[in-house]
Design a protein around this ligand. Structure first.
Ligand code: FAD
Ligand code: NAG
Ligand code: NAG
Ligand code: NAG
Ligand code: NAG
Ligand code: NAG
Ligand code: NAG
Ligand code: NAG
Ligand code: NAG
Ligand code: NAG
Length: 566
């Protein structure tokens, strides 16, 4: 969803500076695998490596999130319960109201820097990727036939639900119902999205979430629980990887900075000879770890070399590995349309944090029923279309409706341009070592814009079939091309928080002329012996829908391939 980005860096930094550091020095112990980052990629890959019998250390720079892992951030009405703001579906929107100590301070775009990363702070939307997502985007070894097993493993553990409330009721469905009338009349077919997951043109359904018992579920409640139960698995929160320590292509350990007045510091080493490091720090975070480790294009490594933080201690230039880290950046380009209908009812999920409706709190706490089991701000329906502009390349489009807009009867419907999108951007690193989107990946190629316009033109016709529906944006008379042109192709107006691609997987070694890949088909960083990347950053292109399930499937596949490597 395109939302206003709240820049919290300064506030969050000052919050923690006053705290006295009680850092724990790393113990004199080595690990077979050190995984950097506990997000959608990091938790599952750490679990699968640990399941195979290896000692695994999972590092997370942020604090615990869910009450399941001793998280503490919560409103007054959750005091005395085992729940935090991250657990209750009706509070998932709080990230847009108050992200201090939750959002990353160093990424320039919204990302979760807590245990679980994106899967602790996101809307929990959970989509089984259609074959097309793998076949269009990914290289050999990662096509839909290769990914079938991993995807089944993911959905075996995390099936998802379209009815979070324990009484089976979906609340305030007026928006879903009115929009569905228009879709049905236009020939759309209602599907159960993760059952009929290949049907991604002219279909719609209820939003599906990784929620169980009306609480956030997903990797934090499955993969992390099985990992944590194994004696050779270790999790350190509030512990940031500054850089990997390496001699040429051999990584010996990870240098740490403790954070938030807690965590570990020092250098932790991998098992000599056989140990490996997996970077799963997210599309922005992984690029930063690589840059600080002397891996990237020379212009970026020079920024690190000249920085106050790292200049004096950075690995020497003769050891730099020249790879296109930060290129091929992508995200769903989001275009919001807004309609209104007298039947639609807005529910104030933001107010539910400090001044909730008591009967809704009671129903949630006593029975896990009621409005607060609904993911804020009441997301649905979800709609799929496909368009093929003049370049002949089909674009997948996902539409996400939510009850939020200019009035209490408004509904915003975001168009995500997905698989088939050709525009790409770039991220870079600043002298204070923050990553930043230097080239936004939105609508840089004319045919992507054609696809957006075609998609909206179609949807306007469909929704015009809904009785008593009125248009907020575009206005009824506005020309669709003019409407699309009126929204800048910029981060502030188009971002969807689905960043992928900064460390692309592929067969064309990025150190060679014309090479575009940072990691090989085993997710190993070119030019290294034992450094891997497993997260959204290796995606060559963007998915059809919200990407978290695809990222977990990639982690499953990566674990298979890494474990098979001698
Ligand atoms: C607000 C929001 C809403 C979203 N909604 C949805 C949705 O509903 N459905 C969906 O499928 N997707 C959604 N997404 C996207 C999805 O959550 C991400 O695509 C996914 O989490 C990315 O996985 P990842 O493993 O690449 O990185 P992340 O999940 O971001 O994990 C990276 C982790 O690494 C940690 N880290 C970073 N640097 C370091 C370091 N140096 N040392 C140690 N740890 C480090 C971070 O703190 C973080 O925990 C949303 C994202 C956001 C931000
Ligand atoms: C809270 O406790 C209930 C009851 O024991 C349990 O079902 C639920 O999973 C717990 N939730 C969290 C987030 O720990
Ligand atoms: C959570 O707190 C309990 C009680 O202090 C402790 O036993 C447990 O190890 C903690 N869990 C984590 C993941 O820190
Ligand atoms: C770790 O942090 C402590 C402060 O808590 C500090 O005294 C110590 O020097 C640090 N160690 C390293 C290796 O940075
Ligand atoms: C919880 O469910 C029970 C059984 O249906 C019901 O009697 C009770 O009123 C509910 N409590 C709340 C607070 O809704
Ligand atoms: C999607 O459906 C529309 C309407 O039936 C059709 O015109 C279009 O060709 C389909 N797109 C693809 C790629 O099949
Ligand atoms: C919209 O709803 C909110 C909360 O339900 C209410 O406070 C506000 O007065 C309503 N606004 C209008 C214009 O009806
Ligand atoms: C897309 O646009 C970019 C930037 O203008 C350009 O470099 C690239 O070649 C274009 N790609 C295609 C496939 O047209
Ligand atoms: C449309 O609105 C009119 C006037 O408020 C009402 O009489 C009619 O029933 C509505 N039609 C539908 C289909 O909602
Ligand atoms: C919008 O206006 C442009 C000219 O500005 C025209 O080419 C185009 O056909 C119009 N589009 C629609 C969908 O009416």
């Amino acid at each position: 969803m395109a939302r206003i980005i709240i820049l919290v860096a300064a506030a969050a930094a000052s919050l923690f500076q006053s705290v006295t550091c009680q850092c724990t020095a790393v113990p004199d112990k080595t690990y077979d695998y050190i995984v950097i980052g506990s997000g959608a990629g990091g938790i599952p890959v750490a679990d699968r490596l640990s399941e195979a019998g290896h000692s695994v250390l999972l590092l997370e720079k942020g604090p615990p999130s869910s009450g399941r892992w001793n998280g503490t951030m919560k409103p007054a009405w959750l005091q005395g319960t085992n729940l935090t703001r991250f657990d209750v579906p009706g509070l998932f929107n709080q990230i847009w109201r108050d992200s201090n100590g939750v959002a990353c301070e160093d990424t320039g775009v919204m990302a979760g820097c807590v245990l679980g990363g994106g899967v602790a702070v996101n809307s929990a939307l959970w989509w089984k990727p259609p074959s097309r997502d793998w076949d269009v985007n990914f290289p050999e070894g990662w096509k839909s036939t290769d990914m079938k097993g991993p995807v089944e493993k993911v959905f075996g553990r995390i099936p998802g639900t379209d009815t979070p409330s324990q009484d089976g009721i979906r609340y305030n469905q007026q928006g879903f119902e009115r929009i569905s009338e228009g879709l049905n009349a236009a020939g759309f077919k209602q599907v159960t999205p993760n059952v009929q997951s290949e049907e991604k043109n002219m279909t719609y359904g209820h939003s599906t979430f990784f929620i169980q018992h009306a609480e956030r579920h997903g990797p934090l409640r499955t993969y992390l629980e099985t990992a944590a139960a194994r004696p050779k698995f270790t999790l350190w929160t509030n512990t940031m990887a500054r850089r990997v320590v390496r001699t040429g292509g051999r990584i010996t350990g990870v240098q740490l900075d403790c954070r938030n007045g807690a965590g570990h510091n020092g250098t932790v080493n991998v098992t000599p000879g056989t140990g490996r490091v997996i970077v799963s720090a997210g599309t922005m975070g992984t690029a930063k770890v690589l840059f600080r480790s002397g891996i990237g294009r020379t212009d970026q490594l020079n920024v690190v070399k000249n920085s106050a933080l790292d200049g004096a201690t950075m690995i020497s230039q003769d050891q730099w590995i020249n790879l296109p880290v930060g290129y091929n950046l992508n995200d769903h380009v989001g275009t919001d349309i807004q309609v209104a209908h007298p039947d639609i009812r807005f529910y104030d999920f933001y107010a539910a944090y400090d001044t909730p409706i008591q009967s809704d709190v009671d129903a949630y706490l006593a029975n896990r029923t009621g409005m607060l089991t609904t993911v804020a701000p009441n997301l649905g329906p979800i709609i799929w279309t496909q368009v093929t502009p003049s370049d002949g390349i089909t674009r997948s489009i996902q539409w996400q409706a939510r009850i939020e807009g200019r009035t209490n009867t408004s509904m915003t419907i975001t168009q995500y341009l997905g698989t088939g999108t050709i525009s790409r951007g770039r991220l870079d690193i600043t002298p204070t070592l923050n990553t930043r989107v230097i080239t936004a990946p939105y609508l840089r190629n004319a045919t992507d814009k054609e696809a957006v316009v075609q998609g909206i033109e179609h949807m306007r016709g469909v929704l015009n079939g809904v009785a008593n529906l009125t248009w907020v944006t575009p206005t009824k008379e506005q020309n669709t091309t003019a409407f699309v042109d009126s929204i800048p192709a910029a981060l502030s107006s188009r971002n969807s928080n689905h960043w992928v691609g900064s460390c692309t997987i592929g067969t064309k070694d990025g150190r060679e002329p014309g090479g575009n890949a940072v990691v090989d088909l085993n997710t190993k960083v070119y030019g290294t012996e034992n450094l891997f990347v497993v997260d959204a950053s290796i995606f060559p292109g963007i998915t059809t829908g919200n990407p978290s399930a695809a990222i977990v499937a990639v982690a499953e596949r990566a674990a298979e391939r890494i474990l098979a490597l001698k």
